[in-house]
Design a protein. Structure first.
Length: 351
């Protein structure tokens, strides 16, 4: 199992800190540095900035939002980032959610699986530098009865195949991800539930494509907070607002994939209460309703030894790249969490 780092969203006064974290992760031997986007900073600019100031660590989009870009534009961006970084780019894609897709991009949030499949098909075709023609339900290239003609990418990526990941939560999305992608970006992963919530569906998709799990990157993101084991409860409290936002407030009442994931992990009653309170405006009540075990099982909390035990559980469950989000109120705290990650990997016998 390898280690990754997730910078989250750029901005909020943490730009200099995020760059310092990325550079330290590069020195420590972390495998990949991911950056996210929603409706603030875009990930492509951040990744170019980080790649220019690091040497070995891969840079990856977690995620590029599918409604934000035409698939050929994403292929262009991926090829450019791979070239500029010396072959260190990983392409992560996701459909985002109904609020962002329709509210920010004006793209109807319908048929996300079919849209993702077409998007990947076009990107694969473009990245192989063949002339792009596509006649689908969501994209037609070139447009018929006009001056357009099939074109091919004129930029040469550093590598013949750039690793392609999909952010997946639901069973059908996970199955399709196993079928068409090189890796899965997971959120709120509990090692104890990883098989039934994710891996069995990914494996089904791999089998459908005539493939095994070999070479497929199972890549969840988990927050990490370093501290004494007796203070695990207080450390878990740091992530209550974060968990409440996703389980309670993301998407809509009918389309909250994170809430549905919590239900599949056995928290049906609690997930409903969290969502009811969050959507009613009681964010503090929603955060208080989150079971500590839900947070503890989807984060890395406590001493280096305790974190090492959790890392070992993730590796045994089938994780191949464990991406951490180092918590801390100061840059020193975040760097300490980052270093604790590598130390825990060594103690767990995974380095």
């Amino acid at each position: 199992m390898k280690l990754g780092i997730n910078l989250g969203y750029w901005g909020a006064g943490m730009d200099a800190d995020n760059l310092a974290v990325a550079k330290e992760a590069d020195k420590l031997g972390y495998s990949v540095c991911w950056a996210a986007e929603a409706y603030g900073s875009d990930a492509a600019t951040v990744l170019a900035y980080v790649a220019a100031q690091t040497e070995r660590i891969d840079v990856g989009s977690a995620i590029f939002q599918i409604p934000a870009r035409q698939p050929t534009m994403t292929a262009m961006t991926a090829a450019t980032l791979d070239s500029l970084s010396g072959g260190r780019f990983r392409l992560g894609l996701g459909v985002s959610g109904p609020q962002v897709s329709e509210g920010w991009y004006g793209v109807k949030f319908d048929k996300p699986l079919a849209r993702t499949r077409e998007y990947v098909e076009i990107i694969r075709k473009a990245m192989s530098r063949e002339r792009v023609s596509h006649d689908g339900a969501h994209w037609t290239l070139p447009l018929p009865d006009g001056p357009g003609k099939p074109l091919k990418l004129i930029v040469h990526p550093e590598r013949e195949q750039i690793p392609l990941y999909i952010a997946a939560i639901g069973p059908k999305n996970l199955e399709q991800t196993g079928e068409i992608a090189d890796g899965a970006l997971l959120i709120f992963p509990a090692a104890e539930h990883l098989e039934e919530t994710a891996l069995q569906h990914i494996r089904t998709g791999r089998e459908k494509a005539g493939k095994t799990m070999e070479g497929f990157d199972v890549c969840p993101t988990v927050p990490l907070a370093l501290g004494e084991d007796k203070n695990v409860g207080a450390l878990a409290d740091m992530f209550r607002p974060y968990t409440a936002l996703y389980v309670g407030g993301m998407g809509s009442r009918k389309q909250n994939f994170y809430n549905q994931l919590a239900q599949r992990m056995g928290y049906e009653k609690e997930a409903a209460e969290i969502q009811d309170k969050y959507l009613a405006g009681d964010k503090e009540g929603a955060a208080a309703a989150i079971p500590q075990q839900l947070i503890d099982s989807t984060t890395l909390l406590g001493s280096v030894d305790r974190i090492a035990d959790r890392m070992r559980a993730y590796a045994e469950a089938g994780v191949t790249t464990l991406t951490i989000n180092p918590a801390g109120l100061t840059l020193d705290d975040r760097l300490a969490s980052l270093r604790a990650g590598t130390e825990a990997m060594e103690r767990a016998g995974l380095a």
